[in-house]
Design a binder for this molecule. Sequence first.
Ligand code: GAR
Length: 215
Amino acid sequence: MDEIVFRSPRKKGRIAVFLSGRGSNFMAIRSAVERGAIDAEISLVLSNKADAPGLLRARDMGLETLFLDPKLFASREDYDRAIIGEIEGRRIDLICLAGYMRVLTPGLCEAFKYRIVNIHPALLPSFPGLHVQQKAIDWGVRFSGCTVHFVAAEVDMGPIILQAAVPVLQDDTEDTLAARILVEEHRIYPEAVGLYFAGRIEVRGRRVFILEPGA
Ligand code: GAR
C-alpha cells in the first residue's frame, strides 16, 4: 500500500474560486455552499479578466472579488507571487479553479500543495489542454466526461478525485458535447469540494481514496 501523503481537513473551510469566464461551476459550488452541502464559505472570487461574467456575478452577490491584471506584472512568476500573498492574507484553505484559463506556475502549485483543485472537461489523463470536447469528437471516443483533480505543476495531471462519464453521440458538435459534460461538472465539482471539507479525501501515492463518513 502506498504511503498516505495527504488527508483533507475536517473543518469549516475558506474557499477561493479562480475563474476567467462564465462561472457556471462557481455558481454550482456557491449553491452547494448555500444549501449546506459544502462546509465552507467562499471568501474570495479572483479573476485575470476584469469583465469575466462569473466575477461580475460574484460581486453582485456581495462576495469579495479581486481582479488581478496580468498586464501589471513583469512575469507569470510575479503574478502568481501576488496571488500567493492574497491567498495567505485571507487564510484560504482551498483554491477551486473553475474555468481559470491560466497555467499556474510551479511556485504557486508548490505553495498550496493539495490545496488547489480543478475541473477539466475530459476524462483525464486523456485530452489535457484546451478544446478538449472537439478533440474527443475528432478521436471518435465513445465516452468522455469530466475530472476533478488536485493541481500539480504538470498541467492537468494531478491526482484524480472524482470523474463522471457521458456518451459521445455520432451527431455531437463541440457545443452539444460540452453541454452534456457541463451537467456532470456541476454535479461532481461541488461533491468533491464537499468531500474535501468533510475530511474524506486521502491521497496515497498518486491515488485518491474517498473515505467513509466518520472514518
Ligand atoms: C468548464 O467546462 C471547465 O471544465 C473548463 O472551462 C469551463 C468553464 O465553464 N475548464 C477547462 O477547460 C480547464 N482546462 P464555467 O466558467 O461556466 O465554469
